[in-house]
Design a protein around this ligand. Structure first.
Ligand SMILES: [Zn+2]
Length: 65
């Protein structure tokens, strides 16, 4: 399974302690996932977008503001 990093320096919330933790966004199998890393609670991976093309479309609009 091939992973492509889309954004490697984003911030998110740990689902356990709700502190801001570093996260990265990557695509795998045409889906987009976010992986979070909390010092105390370890790694969490969640589905971010179910469709990679949707993410790219949204991201483009987001940048144009
Ligand atoms: Zn935590």
């Amino acid at each position: 399974m091939q992973q492509t990093i889309l954004d490697k320096a984003v911030s998110s919330l740990c689902p356990v302690c709700l502190k801001i933790v570093p996260a990265r966004i990557f695509s795998e199998d045409e889906k987009v996932f976010m992986e979070k890393r909390c010092h105390e609670h370890g790694d969490f991976m969640e589905l971010y977008w179910s469709d990679l093309r949707l993410y790219e479309k949204f991201h483009k609009y987001g940048c144009e503001g």
